[in-house]
Every structure is written in C-alpha cells, then in structure tokens.
Ligand binder design. Structure first.
Ligand SMILES: NC(=O)c1ccc[n+]([C@@H]2O[C@H](COP(=O)([O-])OP(=O)(O)OC[C@H]3O[C@@H](n4cnc5c(N)ncnc54)[C@H](O)[C@@H]3O)[C@@H](O)[C@H]2O)c1
Length: 353
C-alpha cells in the first residue's frame, strides 16, 4: 500500500478562511499539470510550494521551469506537509480517488481533474469526507470558465435563445489516446459538465454506442442524452478523426447558435432563425413558417479559462464558499459517464439515470 494512503498521525492545518495566500501542492506534471502549475504560480493569492510526479523526466522539467519549487516523486511528502493547504490532482483518472482521499484525510482542500473519479461510489465517499472535514472540492470542469460558455449561459438565462430544443456537439481529433479510459471518459466530461451547467433539469436517460479499434478502449463513440421537457443532446467524441473539430450547435425556440471553439475571434454565431407552426390541424394541413433573420457574433471574454477557474477556487477557500463545480457537480458528470458505459456495454440500450 502506498504511504500516502495511510491515515495521518496528526491532523494537518487546512487553510483558514480569510488567510491571505493559499499554498498548493500539485501531483502530476504530464500534459495538463504544467497548465495548472503555471496558472497557480501567476495568482496573487496562491503559491505553489511543491510538485510531485513519478516520472524523472517530468521532475526535471519542473525543476528547470520553477527552481524555487520543491520537487518529489512521493505524494506522501505533499500530504504530510503542514505548509500545504490545498492539493491539485492532475494525474490519470484511475489515480484520482486514492490521491484525493489521502489529501482530504490530511486536511487539504482538493482541486481534482475531470472526470472526478472512476465511479459514483468513490465520488460520494470523497464528498462525505470533505463535508465532515469542512474542506473544499473543486473538479476541473474547465469549459465552464471559458468566455464562450459564460456567454451561452447568459443568453439562456436572459431567454434570448428561448426554450432549449437541443445541444449537439462534435469533439473529435487524432489522439491524444489515454491509457486508462476510453474516449467517452476522456472527452465527453467536457460536454457533460457544460450541459450540467446550462440545462437546469437533470438528464433522464442515456444511449451510447462506440467501437474499439486500437488498444481495447473505445476510440469512437456517439452519445445521446435525454432531458425532461423534450431537450435532447448528442455528442460525437472520436480520437480517430483526421481533423480537429470542436463545434456545438444549440437550438432554441427563438434563436439558434453555432459555437466553434477553434475560431480565434467569432467563436459564437447567433442566428435569428426558427420555425413556427401556424396550423396544427392534422399532419397533412400542418403549416410552418421559417424565420431567417440576422446573424451576429457577440463579444466574448478572452481569458484563459484555467486562470479564472483557479482564481475562483482560491477565493472559495479564502471566503469559505462552495464552488459551482464542486464534488457534487463532479458526481453528476460521473453518473452520466457510468450510464454511458453501461449503455455502451449493451450496444446502445437506453439506460435511465
Ligand atoms: N481540464 C482539461 O481540459 C484537461 C485536459 C487534459 C487532461 N485533463 C485531465 O488531467 C489528468 C491528467 O491528464 P494528462 O493528459 O496530463 O496525463 P499525462 O499522462 O500526460 O500526465 C499524468 C502525469 O501524472 C504522473 N503520475 C501518475 N500517477 C502518479 C502518482 N500516483 N503520483 C505522482 N505522479 C503521478 C505521470 O507520471 C504523468 O507525468 C486526467 O484526469 C485528464 O482527464 C484535463
């Protein structure tokens, strides 16, 4: 058993609300970890004291980039440090639960990568543990902090889009193959967390189909999510696409929008297009009006999402507030992923949530 899993012998100090700077330890410095460290390091109210990675190459990269930061291969050193208030877990999904649990047991707030855990039971346990110890959990649902998603949320809240009909996302590229999860657990958390944020009513049921071609994990998958009130979502996630596509269509009663996340400037285009039924007397007499008005691209805040997200996490710790993307939000996404996995196993059976 790894040493960081053992119970702490003495209770370490968690950051007290109101104190000035939150001191971080970061575990995992592979692809995404450097972004977390760079952003934390730039924040006025955060300090990165130590970074841990099992890989010697990763440790060399940290030391070169941040000579002042302690570097270790052993997560236990971060867990047991009384200097560290919060731990960011930026390692592969299957390691999240054990590292996050050990951090909470040692009195640290946690920032955990998406998806929160490998199953719902693990997420529930971490949520209970954090509540008992009065510690914060933030799950890295990065897209909620992008200018585009903030704008879409604002448009929905202001009822500019009207009643929501559908969310249809294509999130495809060549690689990066993950070694512990399939393409659904890797790419779908982005859309599932965005939908969880935008659509008030929780999902009712999920259908997922997919196929494995290379390493035993599904690399192409299609997911349908049924929400109450006739809202439907479809996600196309694929690691075997020749081109990178990040396009989402959102259709509502009043307006329709296209969000192309790869566009530099006009990421969102809103179309004043719609259909209205003027006569419902039988299928043959159905009369529809098509409305085609203007298109415009609203101004979108251009900031790095992770900067805003980590600033918010630090504020939540300092002010003793619960983040929107807390452990419960992480759990809701994990439940959708579990339902999708179950449906996938049954080749597209409808799985209720
Ligand atoms: N929010 C986002 O947009 C986003 C983007 C990419 C990845 N991620 C998430 O970040 C996490 C990491 O993904 P990645 O692509 O950086 O993976 P990666 O494999 O590139 O890096 C993981 C690093 O963790 C280290 N590691 C693994 N287990 C460890 C342990 N027990 N102790 C210390 N170090 C350990 C590895 O040596 C490696 O350097 C995943 O959960 C992934 O879903 C999120």
């Amino acid at each position: 058993m790894a040493t960081y899993l053992t119970q702490p012998e003495h209770s370490q100090t968690a950051h007290k609300p109101g104190s000035d700077v939150v001191r971080f330890g970061v575990i995992g410095y592979g692809y995404w970890g450097p972004n977390v460290v760079r952003n934390l390091n730039q924040l006025e109210k955060a300090d990165v004291l130590a970074v841990c990675d099992q890989s010697a190459g990763a440790r060399q990269r940290i030391q070169k980039a941040y000579p002042q930061v302690d570097v270790t291969s052993n997560p236990a050193e971060l867990m047991s440090s009384s200097e560290i208030d919060a731990i960011a877990v930026v390692t592969p999904v299957w390691t999240h639960y054990e590292l996050a649990k050990a951090a909470l047991e040692h009195g640290k707030h946690i920032f955990v990568e998406k998806p929160f855990t490998s199953n719902a039971a693990q997420a529930e346990e971490l949520i209970d543990l954090a509540a008992r110890k009065n510690l914060k959990i933030m799950v890295d649902h990065t897209f909620l902090f992008t200018g585009a998603v903030k704008k879409i949320k604002q448009l929905l809240d202001e009822e500019a889009i009207g009643k929501l009909y559908y969310y249809d996302s294509t999130r495809v590229n060549l690689g990066l193959f993950q070694h512990d999860v399939n393409v659904i657990w890797d790419l779908a958390p982005h859309d599932l967390s965005i939908m969880d944020y935008l659509i008030q009513e929780g999902p009712e049921a999920i259908v997922a189909t997919g196929q494995t071609h290379l390493n035993g994990f599904e690399d192409v998958a299609f997911i349908t999510v049924y929400f109450p009130d006739k809202i439907i979502a479809h996600l196309n996630v694929n690691w075997l696409s020749p081109v990178k596509v990040r396009t989402t269509l959102i259709g509502g009663e009043k307006k329709m929008l296209v969000w192309n996340d790869l566009e530099a400037d006009e990421k969102i285009k809103i179309y004043d297009k719609g259909v209205s039924v003027t006569n419902r007397e039988g299928v043959y007499n159905l009369l529809v009006n098509y409305r085609t008005g203007d298109m415009w691209a609203p101004k979108i805040q251009q900031v790095e999402a992770l900067t805003g997200e980590l600033t918010y996490f630090v504020d939540c710790i300092r002010k003793d507030e619960t983040p929107t993307n807390d452990g419960k939000a992480g759990l809701r996404v994990v439940k959708m992923l579990e339902a999708a996995s179950e449906s996938l196993r049954q080749r597209g059976a409808l799985v209720y949530l």
